[in-house]
Structure formats: structure tokens, C-alpha cells
Design a protein. Structure first.
Lengths: 601, 197, 352
């Protein structure tokens, strides 16, 4: 059935196995959820603008807290990073596609359906309200009798499955599909951080999978894993969640680090400073990321020895991170820095991430952490790292690669306006939160009394959020404007260094007419310049007969299989006929698996 | 399950699907690691009985362990004859793998039903039971997937006959099957034998 | 209909002082002073690192800004081993300056001193229960009374979901984790421990001690924000007299209060008052102990001032002030509200 499917139109997108199209769909999906998560944030900030506000109720506010965190992490930063993995990794390693194109499509559809499942909770007004790390035993049926928590469990479970499949796919792609001559230490740094991210994903996701199954069992079958009355322990959930959750933090930041490394090198027109050390420090961050989970639990009462050990491991992470920051600055040193929107975002990443890292060092000391934990100081910290860090880096990536993807340049004037609105708004929102934390404002409170000396800083934070929202709106306007009226982009508009700039913008479906051969790091740069800076004429892509290039066939099975898997999960969040829906899901899953297996790829 | 360009020269010379299976196995190690750790932490925390000592039938489980080990041997032979392109022997040993898996699942069905019906140990009876069923049930699900996979291979080879000697697929399925066996050896040791330590 | 959670108090948009009711940096106890000493070191180091990053970054951006007319690209250099070793080693040294005092203080405060006064802190959705096993088994709620300059060991746990016990001016917090209970349903099997030495009372002549605010720090349901409490530190004498009255049965004198005593029969499944039939009902109480309620400054877990008006508003519909409150709307008439209010509020034996 896969033969002769249309190459354009809706069906072509539903059946596509092209990594570039899947990347675009990931990007559009995650940008949609960026709006959703952003609205959550604006509503929360509006509630907190003044003390004693009754704009939202406690339950609604808790729902927004939970959905904002879950959305931004699982439905925005992770899939937006995945969009970059999809679009760029095959291009940067000189491959025709990923190792498993249909699995790649499957990951996307599972992610999309899982995201929609999670967001259905808004429609049925059973919004999970237990926080994005859903500490047991608030998640027990006794305390949350509706399906709200089930939506969270199954949404995260399904989205996690998508990431697991994608991580295996990308790990194999990077290790196995590199162009001739591209040894591991000749890969662009973005490919390296992607590789480390995939390892973190496929090793940490199983842990959360088990933990989620355990709460599902508690809620559905009455087991007592997290019910102290039945012998369970609530702290067990915290361990399991953070064994996943801390690597997850690096899963969120490492791709942005890779993107920023690419952008800074391009716009300084210099190689990345200390490339090898950057690779090792990425690996070190990934490795240490598994040994520090309990620093989220310094106030749980772990005892001094465990606390001391985990604090030592946490402090160690500052070392490879610090190395990276100085290497980025040194990358700029001696360059010819061009200030485009992309490079501004990348530079702001370095600054904001450093700032978030410094408050992170404070929390690595458990004695300080007992004062900052669960206060607005921590809220400030992780927004500096994940928003000022990861999201700014990803925005830089969008501005940087937009011409490659669409063949048009993004508007620099709107872009720079957005950048400055973001910088001002972001810092106005989150810098005062340090003060709020020091003045004792706990996180996740939906209202506060007027006599706490928190009023001014909360007002600032809310105004900052509104400014950021304007910046966000400009970004979407810019995307639409540039898609239609943007200046035409050449194949290599930024004078780039990596292989994706050696082919047309947008790239042809088959990527490379002839698979490239690579002899050094930044190979494409040295096809354009000699080592002492003389211009060379870069080789053109050969003209080939397109019909001679074998491309994987389009397929309906990924979307069917993803639908089946999501239906199984849906059975757990409906009150009536749940078993029936799950069983239909099982049938669809099995049928699609067989259809897939016996289809000619 | 044939995926990706067959003729693509991979950077490591390891076929993509085989590589992917190794990566999946790494991931599964963390899955079973978590489940086993959870079992070890929780097995003694039950508020009420029955306890592990009350319910385990070590002789029967030893038998089912032996059966699963033998199916791994059958798997080795099936792959060997697949590479040798000996259709009959390949099909026979593939059948033996499926049979071994089914017998193991039969043992597990017997074990679970005895626990539930005779010993009164349901999924939510106590936290030992919950952790035990979660761990062994997850393993049983893996065996079930393996049985389905191997029987699909068997049926395919029966239909397609001599042209179908896809040793790549059999090797990947074999990796999976051996992994599931190794996990069982660990579960057998940690869950069933450590009771007597 | 949702009402504002707190009394409309004097609203000041901006107060330049750091002296917030819950600030973390006042350093009143040894525990919080020790935390602040590490925090001070860390702040100095992080400010140093901040400038060590910011100055080179900004300088680089200014110095190497493209003129836009470069004919050849800059020199393509790939690294500098000496520099890279330098900025690996220096952070390690700086971190040691944070790590060593951290661990010293961590172990110092993990130890409970001899003869420390034991207070049990139990989190509930959404209020705090305090028990004093060494002081005549006082049970009280939302107002923690302590003698000055006394080592105290808090045993912290929760009756339902996880809560966080935090008095910022006293130092770091401790989670209140739910636990399995012994047979009696009151004694926990596990708890966490927090050690502090209480501060002195600055003005010994002031009646009623010094009040410090605390709040729950773990998301625990819809009214997580309304789970506050007050800690009152007394001179030792004053604490003794508080402990005595805290266990004194109410003095029911007025007819209104006598009628209220009858109404209270409907409350006693959940609320206990010392020396009344409510104590005879077995099992743990799910609502706060209301003995000498009139001595408390706030009601509703530190949300509103304890006045007749506020108490009446609370009794009319608890959930309108505290969403999800486990206290149902009892459908009391205005008259009954007046009666039961005067019983629980006005029949109190005054401590000071």
C-alpha cells in the first residue's frame, strides 16, 4: 500500500519518512505547544501580580503550574530539540536519512498523539494539578480521585515512548551513518551533544517508565507502591523520578549547547575553541548527570552521608560546565563577530546559562539548599538555565537554520526586536525571583498576603512576562512574514562550517546527490578557505538523475501504529469503556506492527 | 522488520538493526534494573502476608529456568542453520525456540494462578506481591513478544520457503531472546534463590 | 464563591528593607547563621566567577566585532592546552572553598544535642499539628510555641501527603513525609529530624513573645498556599505558663458559650478540646485541636486574624476561604455560629 503515494499534499505529510519533513513537523508541533505553555505562564503571572488575588482558584493555579512545567519540558524543549536532531543530524554527518526512517515517523506521531492526549485534560476539565514532578502520594486516588493524574501519567508515558524510540534511532544514526572519513572526533559538536543526549534518553527513560507504571498500578489496581499505609514509600517515587529527572535536565540543555557551539563558531568565523575538551566535557556532564539525582531531595531527610556525597557529585558538574563557558568565550576571541539575531541569542545563552549555573552552584551546597529549595530562588535558577539557556539557544538555532529549511532569510529587524524584548522581559521576570526566594516566597503558591514584602518584585515579574509575550508574538509574526516575503537564501548564507551548508536551501529530498567524504573537522569551511585564509572554489553538488537515488517509501503504518499505542493509553483516562478502547488499541498496534514488518521499506 | 538501505556501508560495519538491538538492550538493562531494585527494596516491607518464603515453589521454577535456557540453545542452533541455509533444521529449531518460550509462559501461568488461587496472593495483596508481579510480569511480557516474533519468523519462512534466509533478522531476534534469558537468570537468582540466603 | 485568602493588610508596594516576615537571611538561630556563612562564601565566589565570565565576554564582543569589510577570515586556531587546564583546575579549587564548610556544617547540625526538647510536627491538608510529648502531651495547631535559647528537636512527618516544614528565619526546611502508623494510629513509624536552638527574646518585658512566620513548601493540593503557621518564642517563664494553659479545659461562663458547647457536639468527631467529651472519641482527629483557641492570633492555618467576624466567615463556608478544605459546610445558622464561636474563642483561659 505504500507504493505510489502522493509526494505533495496532506497525505504526503501523514506518510512521510523524510527526516527533514519530520523535523519540520516536530518544530511546528513544539512551537504550537510553546504558545500553550506560554499562556499558562501568563495566566499564572497575572494571578500573582498583586497579593491576595482571586483571579484564579488554587486548584486552577496548580493545574497551570503542572501543565506549564510538563508542556515546556516534554512538549516544547524536548521536541524542539528533536526537530533539530531530525533536520540536521543526517545533514551534518553527510547521510541520506536516519538509520530507521519509518521509526522516525513513528516517534513523531507517538509524540504528537501523546501530547494531544495530555492536553485533552483541558477539554474534559480534569487538569493534572500535582506539579510536573508529581510527587507521590498526592498522586494517589485518595487525594486525586478524578482522571487528572492519569492524564499526566499516560501523557508522559506515551511521549516518553516516542523519545525512547527516537533516541535509539539517533544513536544508531550518528554512530553508524557517518560520511566516509568522519571519525567520531570530526563530527560537529552539535552531533556530539545530540549523541550524548540520546544516551541519556535511552538510559533514563526506562526508569520513569517503571515509576509511571507503578503509580498507574496504585491508581488502577490498588497496589501500594507509594502508599505508606500499605508498606510503600513516597520517597521511592522521588528517587525514581529524579534518576530520570536529572539526566532529563541535561537532555534539555545539551542540544542547545551544541546549537550554540555551531552558531558561535560560524558567526566568529573561527573553529570552536577546544573542540576535544568540549566533547569530553559533554560526555562528563552526561555521565555525572546520573550520579546527582538526590540533590533534588536535600530536604527529604536522606541523612548527612548521602547528602554529602550527592553534593560532591553535584559540585563536580560545575567543572565541565565551566570549561564549556570559557571555551565559548575563547571561540569568539580573535574572531570577526557578526551580530545577527542568531548570534545574539547564542551569546545571550552563554550569559544567561552562566547566571543560572552560578545559582546552581549555590544549591549544590545542601545547607544552602535547605533554605532555597522549593522557594522562588529555585524557580529563578531553573528558568535561567532552561529558559535563558535552552530556549534562547533553540531560538538562536531557529534563526540560524531557518534559511536552510525554508530557503528564505528571517527578518533581522523583527528578530532583533524580539531578542531585546526577550532579554528585557526574561530578566525582569526571573531576576527578581531571586529576591523573592531570599525573602521566603515558596514556589507553587497561588496567592500570598500583602504584608510579606513580595509585592514589588512580583509586579516586576508579571510585567516582564507580558513583555516576553510581546516578543513571542513577534517571533511568530516574523516566521510567517519571512516564510512569504523573506529574502531568498543562498545555499550558504552565513558562510557556515558544517556539511548542511554545502547543499541547496532548502535541501533536496535526497540530501546529497553524492554522499560527501570528509577529511577534517569543519570540512566544508576548508573546502572554501585554505588554512591561511585564501579563498577556494568549493565543489558544486554534482547533477544526478533523481530517479537513480533510492529513497525509502512513504508509509501509513507509523501513524497507524502510533494511533494504536495512544488508544491503549486512552483507555486508562476514560471512565466508561476504557478496557474496550485499550483492546481496540492493542488490535490496531498488533495489526500495524505486522503491516509494517511485511512492507517493503 | 526490514528497515533502512540494505547495501548501505555503515560506519562501524555493524548492521543498523543489530546495533539498534544492542542499544535497546542497554535501555532494557535499566528497565529491569529498576524493577529488580524495586523488588529488593519492597519485598520485606509488606504489612501482611504471604511472604516470599510462603509461596515460592523453587523446584518448579528451576524447571522453567532450565526450559528457558534450553530455548536459548535452540536459538543458537536456529541462527546457525539459518546462516548455513538449511531450511528444515532452521525451521525445526525456530519451532523449538517458540515451544520453549510457550512452555515457560505455561509455567508462569501455573505459578501466578497458584499464587492467586491457592495462596491468596493477588496483585494488591501486599507490596511484596505487587513488586513481584510487576517484575516477573514485565519479564513474561518480554517472553511473549519474543514468542510472537519467533513464530512470525517461522511462519514467514514456511510461506516464503527457500528464498527466505534473512539471517540479519534472526540474529537480531536472537540477541533479544538471549537477553530475555539472561534477565531471567538474574531474576531467578535474585528473586527465587536469595530467599534462601 | 472564592474570597480573598488573607486579611487585607497594609499594602506596601516596595519596602527597601530586606526584613520580610519570612526572609532567609536574618540569621536568628545558629543553624541559619551557619547556612548564611556558607551562603556568604558562595555568593562571593559566584560574584567573582560572574565577573570572570562577564568581563572577558563583553570585552571580546567589543574588541572582535566584525567591521564588515574583512577580506580574509581570522586565524583559525583550535585551542590552548594551558588555558584549558587552568580553567579546569581553578573551579575545582573554588569549589573546595564551598564544599568543605558545607560538609562541616552539614554534619554539625545532623547531631541532636543532649536534653533537647522534643516537638512533633505533623503536616495535614492544610494545617499544622504540634505535639509536645515532654510537656504534658500538649496538642495544638498552627501556632508553635517554644521557649527561648533552648535546643529543640523537631520530629517531622505528615498525616496525608508530603508537606514542607519551614520557618525561614530559623534556617533550612525539612519535608514532612507521610508514614505508616503504629497500631494506635497516632505514633509514626518513621519521621525526619530537624535540630535548632531557639533564639532569645529581644524584649524580655514584652508579653506574648516574638512571632516568626512559617509556611508549607511542598505542593500539597489546592490550598497549599494557605498552609501557614506561626512560631512564637517566649521567655522560659512565659513558655511554662503557656504550657499550663494549653492544657486547661475551657471555662464556659456565658449562656451563649453554654449553648455553643451543645453546638460543638457536632464538631467533636474532628476537633478535640481538652477536658471535654470530644477527647473520649477514639482515633486520631482529622481537624486541629481547638483547646484555648482564643489565645491564637490567626485562624485557618495562618490565613486570617482570629476575630469573631473572621471565625464567623470561616464557619459559614470553609471552602470559600480554603478551597478543598476537609471541613464541610455544616449549615450552621447565624445564631449557632455566634454560639459556637463564643464557646471556642471566648471560653479560653488567657495565658498572658
Amino acid at each position: 500500500m505504500a507504493k505510489n503515494l502522493p509526494k505533495t499534499g496532506l497525505i504526503s505529510w501523514l506518510t512521510t519518512v523524510d527526516h527533514k519533513r519530520i523535523g519540520i513537523m516536530y518544530a511546528l508541533g513544539s512551537l504550537f505547544f510553546l504558545i500553550v505553555g506560554g499562556i499558562d505562564a501568563i495566566l499564572m503571572r497575572t494571578q500573582l501580580m498583586v497579593p491576595n488575588s482571586t483571579f484564579l482558584s488554587g486548584e486552577t493555579y496548580n493545574g497551570l503550574v503542572t501543565m506549564h512545567g510538563t508542556t515546556m519540558i516534554f512538549l516544547v524543549i524536548m521536541p524542539l530539540s528533536a526537530a533539530f536532531f531530525n533536520y540536521l543530524v543526517p545533514l551534518q554527518i553527510g547521510a541520506p536519512d536516519v538509520a530507521f526512517p519509518r521509526l522516525n515517523a513513528l516517534s513523531f506521531w507517538i509524540w504528537l498523539f501523546g501530547s494531544l492526549l495530555l492536553n485533552t485534560s483541558y477539554l474534559v476539565q480534569q487538569v493534572p494539578s500535582v506539579g510536573w514532578f508529581a510527587y507521590a502520594n498526592l498522586t494517589q486516588k485518595q487525594f486525586n480521585p478524578t482522571h487528572s493524574v492519569d492524564f499526566w501519567i499516560l501523557g508522559v508515558q506515551v511521549v516518553g515512548l516516542a523519545s525512547l524510540i527516537a533516541s535509539i534511532n539517533f544513536f544508531v544514526t550518528i554512530v553508524n551513518m557517518r560520511a566516509k572519513g568522519m571519525t567520531l572526533l570530526k563530527m560537529p559538536l552539535f552531533v556530539w551533544t545530540t549523541l550524548v543526549t540520546q544516551v541519556l534518553l535511552f538510559l533514563s527513560l526506562p526508569v520513569i517508565t517503571v515509576a509511571l507504571v507503578m503509580i498507574s498500578f496504585d491508581r488502577t489496581f490498588g497496589t501500594g507502591f507509594f502508599n505508606p499505609g500499605l508498606g510503600g514509600q513516597v520517597v521511592m517515587w522521588q528517587h525514581l523520578f529524579w534518576i530520570f529527572g536529572h539526566p532529563e535536565v541535561y537532555i534539555l540543555i545539551l542540544p542547545a549547547m551544541g546549537i550554540v557551539s555551531e552558531i558561535l563558531a560560524t558567526f566568529a568565523r573561527k573553529p570552536l575553541f577546544g573542540y576535544t575538551v568540549m566533547v569530553y566535557s559533554s560526555c562528563a556532564i552526561g555521565f555525572l548527570g546520573f550520579a546527582v539525582w538526590a540533590h533534588h531531595m536535600f530536604t527529604t531527610g536522606l541523612g548527612p552521608w548521602a547528602t554529602a556525597l550527592f553534593s560532591a557529585a553535584t559540585m563536580l558538574i560545575a567543572v565541565p560546565t565551566g570549561v564549556k563557558i570559557f571555551n565559548w568565550i575563547s571561540t569568539l576571541w580573535g574572531g570577526q563577530i557578526r551580530f545577527t539575531t542568531a548570534s545574539l541569542f547564542a551569546i545571550s545563552f552563554v550569559a544567561m546559562f552562566t547566571f543560572g549555573g552560578l545559582s546552581g552552584i549555590m544549591h549544590s551546597s545542601p545547607v544552602i539548599d535547605t533554605q532555597h529549595q522549593a522557594s522562588y530562588f529555585v524557580v529563578a535558577h531553573f528558568h535561567y538555565v532552561l529558559y535563558g539557556g535552552a530556549v534562547m539557544g533553540l531560538f538562536g538555532g531557529i534563526y540560524y537554520w531557518f534559511p536552510k529549511v525554508t530557503g528564505r532569510m528571517m527578518n533581522e529587524f523583527i528578530g532583533k526586536t524580539q531578542f531585546w524584548l526577550y532579554m528585557i522581559g526574561f530578566n525582569l521576570t526571573f531576576f527578581p525571583m531571586h529576591f523573592l526566594g531570599l525573602e521566603g516566597m515558596p514556589r507553587r503558591i497561588y496567592t500570598y498576603a500583602g504584608d510579606q514584602n513580595w509585592n514589588f518584585w512580583n509586579l516586576c515579574a508579571t510585567l516582564g512576562a507580558y513583555i516576553t509575550a510581546v516578543g513571542g508574538a513577534l517571533f511568530f509574526i516574523n516566521m510567517l512574514y519571512s516564510m512569504i516575503w523573506g529574502a531568498k537564501a543562498s545555499a550558504d548564507p552565513w558562510d557556515g562550517r558544517t556539511l548542511e551548508w554545502s547543499i541547496a536551501s532548502p535541501p533536496p529530498e535526497y540530501n546529497f546527490a553524492k554522499l560527501p567524504e570528509v577529511s577534517q573537522l569543519d570540512d566544508w569551511w576548508y573546502k572554501k578557505y585554505t588554512h591561511d585564509g585564501k579563498r577556494l572554489t568549493p565543489p558544486q553538488q554534482p547533477v544526478v538523475d533523481i530517479s537513480s537515488i533510492h529513497l525509502p517509501n512513504q508509509s501509513f503504518w507509523p501513524i497507524f501504529l502510533a494511533g494504536g499505542i495512544t488508544m491503549i493509553a486512552t483507555g486508562f483516562v476514560v471512565s466508561a469503556n476504557g478496557v474496550m478502547i485499550s483492546l481496540i488499541g492493542v488490535a490496531l498496534t498488533v495489526a500495524s506492527t505486522y503491516g509494517w514488518a511485511y512492507e517493503e521499506p | 522488520m526490514s528497515e533502512s538501505a540494505h547495501h548501505f556501508q555503515t560506519s562501524t560495519n555493524i548492521e543498523n538493526r543489530k546495533f539498534a538491538m544492542w542499544v535497546l538492550i542497554a535501555s532494557e538493562c535499566f528497565l529491569f534494573g529498576t524493577l529488580i531494585a524495586n523488588y529488593l527494596i519492597n519485598k520485606g516491607r509488606s504489612i501482611a502476608g504471604p511472604t516470599p518464603q510462603d509461596v515460592y515453589e523453587i523446584d518448579i521454577t528451576t524447571l522453567s529456568t532450565f526450559d528457558l535456557l534450553m530455548s536459548s540453545v535452540a536459538m543458537v542452533l536456529a541462527l546457525h542453520y539459518c546462516k548455513e541455509k538449511d531450511l528444515r533444521k532452521f525451521q525445526f529449531w525456530t519451532f523449538m525456540v517458540v515451544l520453549g518460550g510457550l512452555i515457560f509462559l505455561g509455567f508462569q501461568y501455573h505459578e501466578f494462578s497458584t499464587f492467586v488461587l491457592k495462596e491468596g496472593l493477588g496483585l494488591s495483596t501486599n507490596i511484596f506481591a505487587s513488586s513481584f508481579y510487576l517484575l516477573t510480569g514485565c519479564h513474561g511480557a518480554h517472553v511473549t513478544v519474543g514468542v510472537l516474533w519467533m513464530s512470525s519468523i517461522l511462519v514467514t519462512s514456511l510461506i516464503k520457503g527457500k528464498e527466505w534466509f534473512n539471517s540479519d533478522i534472526v540474529e537480531v531476534a536472537g540477541l533479544y531472546w538471549h537477553f530475555v534469558d539472561v534477565v531471567w537468570i538474574i531474576i531467578f537468582t535474585v528473586v527465587y534463590l536469595f530467599v534462601y540466603v | 464563591m472564592q474570597q480573598p485568602a488573607f486579611d487585607e493588610s497594609s499594602y506596601k508596594l516596595f519596602d527597601v528593607s530586606w526584613d520580610a516576615p519570612m526572609d532567609t537571611i536574618s540569621g536568628l538561630t545558629e543553624w541559619s547563621r551557619d547556612i548564611n556563612s556558607v551562603y556568604a562564601i558562595t555568593t562571593v565566589i559566584t560574584i567573582f566567577v560572574f565577573f570572570a565570565v562577564a568581563i572577558p565576554l563583553i570585552w571580546t564582543l567589543v574588541k572582535f566585532k566584525s567591521k564588515g569589510d574583512e577580506q580574509t577570515p581570522p586565524k583559525q586556531f583550535h585551542g590552548n592546552t594551558t588555558l584549558e587546564i587552568l580553567w579546569t583546575v581553578i573551579p575545582v579549587v573554588l569549589l573546595l572553598f564551598i564544599a568543605v564548610p558545607t560538609w562541616r556544617i552539614l554534619f554539625k547540625h545532623a547531631h541532636t544535642p543532649e536534653g533537647a526538647m522534643q516537638v512533633d510536627v505533623i503536616g495535614h491538608q492544610w494545617w499544622w499539628e504540634f505535639r509536645y510529648p515532654q510537656n504534658g502531651n500538649i496538642i495544638t495547631a498552627n501556632e508553635l510555641h517554644l521557649p527561648e535559647n533552648t535546643p529543640v528537636v523537631f520530629r517531622v512527618w505528615s498525616a496525608d501527603v508530603i508537606h514542607g516544614f519551614w520557618v525561614p528565619k530559623f534556617g533550612g526546611k525539612m519535608d514532612a513525609n507521610p508514614t505508616a502508623m503504629e497500631e494506635d494510629g497516632i505514633t509514626p513509624k518513621r519521621w525526619s529530624v530537624l535540630n535548632i536552638v531557639t533564639p532569645s527574646v529581644a524584649d524580655a518585658n514584652k508579653k506574648g513573645g516574638e512571632m516568626y512566620q512559617g509556611q508549607c513548601t511542598q505542593l500539597c493540593g489546592p490550598s497549599h498556599a494557605l498552609m501557614r503557621f506561626n512560631t512564637v518564642v517566649h521567655s522560659k517563664d512565659e513558655f511554662e505558663s503557656w504550657a499550663k494553659t494549653a492544657n486547661t479545659p475551657p471555662a464556659v461562663e456565658t449562656t451563649l458559650a453554654k449553648a455553643g458547647e451543645q453546638v460543638f457536639a457536632r464538631c467533636q468527631a474532628c476537633h478535640a478540646i481538652t477536658g471535654t467529651p470530644s477527647e473520649q472519641i477514639p482515633g486520631p482527629k482529622i481537624g486541629p485541636n481547638l483547646t484555648n483557641f482564643g489565645n491564637r492570633k490567626y485562624l485557618g492555618a495562618g490565613t486570617r486574624l482570629n476575630t469573631m467576624e473572621n471565625l464567623a466567615a470561616w464557619l459559614r463556608d470553609p471552602a470559600s476561604i480554603k478551597q478543598g478544605s476537609l471541613m464541610p459546610n455544616l449549615g450552621l445558622t447565624e445564631e449557632e455560629i455566634q454560639q459556637v464561636s463564643s464557646y471556642v474563642r471566648l471560653s479560653t483561659t488567657k495565658t498572658y
